[in-house]
Ligand binder design. Sequence first.
Ligand code: HEM
Length: 361
Amino acid sequence: MTNRARRRDRRVYLRSHPILFMMLAIARRRTVLRIGRTVIVNGTDEYREALTRLPIDRTAKGTTGGSADLLSQGRQLFNEDHAGHRESRRAAAQLFGSDGVARVRPLWLEVLRRRSAPLADGKAIDVVGATREVASVTAAALLGLPGGGESLAVAAADAASRTIRDEILSFGRRGPRRSTRAAVARLFGLVNASTLDQGMAGVTAIAATTTMMAALPRAVAWCADEGLWGHAADPGTRDALVDELLRVIAPTPMLPRAAAADGTIGRCPVHQGDRLFLVNRHAAESYRIGPDPGNPRPSRVSHLIFGAGPHTCPGALLARTQLADALAMLAPYRPVVVRARADRRAAFPGWAALRLRAGTA
Ligand code: HEM
């Protein structure tokens, strides 16, 4: 069963970025590996060390920060050196923290209930479409926009995947093309009525949608393939299942960063300007140990998929609650996967189509 789940899940990597992930898989035996000016970090402690102890240049070309700069319209919202970072973090904590989750949760529960109902009549459901709607209504509510449909998630996914291709996969050499700038402008057209400022609105729209569109369908497919619905139905094991599924799928598997100063990671010297590939898929032991809700890895390991240190993901609670709700809603039907097609263009490895049908109890 585990093999089937892992085999299916591997397709999302092999279809979207085959060369990159083959290269990372070959490098994973070493906790830290230097190739020229690139340092690949795989070890659990070394990954944490890189994010908490080494100064990181959050605006460097070819990194997530370089992309976020475009997506936040030059506001450098979550840049470590930026005086406003603490203020942005406080705003984010208020927005996505427990109060924010309590405010927005009824909206996504309604979508999940409606979208999973056809299972009761023996019909198939579209998990990717449902996730797009969940992500859209969530982001719209966080941004104070009248929300409905899937348009916000569609626009955010398009802007993010184009930006990542132009900025990160070209190692910062290409810069945004005209079509990428147009996609970002389309997204800002949708969020410009937000009560938040424009930069924060753009980053929130991207962060809250693209990650969940990668995470939720992959986690559901793995749960179905490995027959873990019993744990999903049980409130006593559901949270552990969520952490374990997120750990094995590692939705944002590699963080591209750049060193802002000389230092070390493990015993490897790092020089200012070195490109860092921080592979949370390896640091969180995703590829090595399958999900075990009865004996989960400690949270200091599983939560590494949300980063570490001052920039740790402020949306982790929201993400985990949303996935727990989706699994709880689906569990009574014990669904099985009837169709899965990988997304070749998505910002993060994910499914373009995932259809489920009720299984036998
Ligand atoms: C399973 C889903 C998610 C995963 C795997 C994920 C992962 C991450 C990671 C790895 C980082 C970078 C951390 C670092 O550099 O140390 C990050 C940052 C961030 N995430 Fe998430 N995230 C998810 C969902 C969300 C959601 C739902 C939201 C908003 C509602 C969100 C908002 C943010 C923001 C605003 C940042 C930037 C924080 C900063 O730089 O200070 N994320 N996330």
